[in-house]
Design a protein around this ligand. Sequence first.
Ligand code: 13P
Ligand code: SF4
Length: 383
Amino acid sequence: MSVTPLLLLGRGTDPDSERGVECPGELPPASDPRLVERAETAKRALGTDVFVLGHHYQRDEVIAFADVTGDSFRLAQQAAARPEAPYVVFCGVHFMAESADILTGPDQQVVLPDLAAGCSMADMANATQVDECWDALADAGVADVTVPVSYMNSSAAIKAFTGRHDGTICTSSNARRALEWALGGERGGEKVLFLPDQHLGRNTAVLELGMTLADCVVYDPRKPSGGLTREQLHDARMILWKGHCSVHGRFTVDAVADVRRRVPGVRVLAHPECTYDVVTAADEIGSTESIIRIVADAPAGAAFAVGTELNLVQRLAAQHPDKTVVFLDKTVCYCSTMNRIDLPHLVRSLESLAAGTVTNRIVVEPTTAALARKALEQMLALP
Ligand code: 13P
Ligand code: SF4
């Protein structure tokens, strides 16, 4: 691997240079007019030593530097696609960078440009709570017939729990196949423990697998035994963790009705992290990849109201000036943690790497990583 020595980029206005510090790891000011040039220079200097992945919810200024963009499934597939790159810069959130670390080789280092880029949904399930839940299922006599299916949007510890109990990870683009696998002949479960997003679990089970709402119960980790009786656990087919996305949870049925009044002929596209009421009021449900495809494939003049993160919706509107693409909500609704990855953070990551210093490396502890990898590989092998 080749590492370019210290880059002397923008030293004149770099706050570090003013203090006489040699390390280029300082966060550049957002007002620096040379940020684009600095990112380009550092990325060019790194060449094939760096592989930059960008989730669809990232800002345009960051997406401009991504070697690959995608939803969380595509990015998980792509993470392992450049084994020769010693550095993987993950422009997304913490759980995605953890998955990238798990799926990349031992000599590759994964960097998250801002360690504060977490996910409020992933934080709604921790390992202790999930172990307690499994104990509650065992006490009720249903753990043996339950298969954990965990959304990608979960910590490495939750993915390890899933691997330990022979379950699978899923994303919004393969949740149906994951449930079919868990409940089908091969794995043969009678029930699924779906975590941490109750909405993706319910929407997939009811709208794609034909279950009823009564087949689903919600396990609340703040209540003893999740707030569920033995009978409820026995009768349920889907045990949904009480978690949600604070961004997608904001879309309402009123907003759907309102946009239908405002935009003639509009088709409403909703991400499956939206509530059941919203997705049933919408015209189509789709992961970020399928929302992008639906808009791209539509004829000129088509109109869409999109219920997903605002960076993606704005980009779709800009990429398709011949179509009408509006945001489903009237109020601004960025994912604040996705948005933490901005150009100054990316510049710092790239310049630090070019100088041979790895800042904000994400490392998953090996035992956790091995079990989490098992659950992730099960997802990648889903039919
Ligand atoms: P997808 O990339 O699976 O559509 O995920 C949406 C999301 O909320 C990522 O955090
Ligand atoms: Fe988490 Fe929701 Fe943001 Fe995705 S959009 S990172 S699920 S808070």
